[in-house]
Design a binder for this molecule. Structure first.
Ligand code: 5SP
Length: 236
């Protein structure tokens, strides 16, 4: 007998499919090596999210071996995949979902350029229009935190609450990103690595030229509310 209604079971199945498939995007975009990194997605209508199993090769990930957790990060027993341990970062993802209700997806990688900025504890300055578009300004640094308890999640929430950026560089660790859904969080993970590389290369050539704040504001508004085929709107 399922612990969920038929409607929630359908929502869980869809979230499993989405989260499983999105892990392949991390590989396709060169953001992870071996079993590093992870993606999770909130289950619409339920106090639950889906996350990958810990330390499992990306080519073994399937919808049926994704793991369903409650918002405390506890594996929901007797659900497909519950025989394995969830991601090392499950507590961090759970903390974000508990404290940022508008967040539907969380991603973590060790992508090299963004992680290099994190190793220096240095925020990425907003010096290219792509950053203004996607992040609305600089990409901030979060505190050094040990894996396994609420420390990383607390650092993500404290840094990103009230901040336009959907990415945070956790010091000495790497980028964590949030989104309105898991795909939006994966996009932020792809874009933070792209801009981290570009700004790194720019700085090697000489002084960086900051973009005026009013221009950043205008670029962010256009990109979040006009660009593309259907206005998505910035995350609240
Ligand atoms: O940073 C770490 C481990 O130090 C983790 O975030 C790994 O990168 C992914 O771990 P799993 O999701 O496979 O447990």
């Amino acid at each position: 007998m399922s612990a969920f209604s038929p409607e929630i079971e359908v929502a869980i199945a869809r979230t499993r499919d989405e989260v499983s498939a999105l892990h392949a995007e991390l590989v396709r975009n060169g953001l992870v090596v071996w079993t590093g990194g992870n993606v999770s997605g909130r289950v619409p209508g339920a106090d639950a999210f889906v996350i990958k199993p810990s330390g499992v090769s990306y080519d073994e990930l399937r919808p049926e071996n994704m793991i369903v957790c409650d918002l405390e990060g506890r594996v929901i027993p007797d659900t497909p995949g519950s025989d394995r341990e969830p991601s090392s970062d499950t507590a961090a993802h759970a903390y974000v979902y508990r404290h940022m209700e508008h967040v539907g997806g969380v991603v973590h990688t060790h992508s090299p350029y963004a992680t290099a900025w994190a190793a220096r504890g240095e925020a990425i300055p907003c010096v290219i229009t792509a950053m203004a578009d996607e992040f609305g300004g600089e990409i901030p640094v979060g505190p050094f935190a040990i894996i396994g308890d609420d420390s990383i999640g607390r650092g993500i929430v404290e840094t990103l609450t009230g901040h336009r950026s959907r990415a945070v560089l956790m010091q000495n660790h790497g980028p964590f990103t949030i989104g309105r859904n898991a795909r939006d969080a994966v996009k932020a993970a792809v874009m933070v690595e792209d801009v981290a590389r570009t700004v790194h290369l720019a700085r090697q050539g000489g002084a960086l030229l900051p973009i005026p704040q009013d221009a950043i504001d205008s670029l962010f508004d256009r990109y979040q509310n006009v660009y593309g085929q259907a206005a998505q709107g910035a995350m609240p």
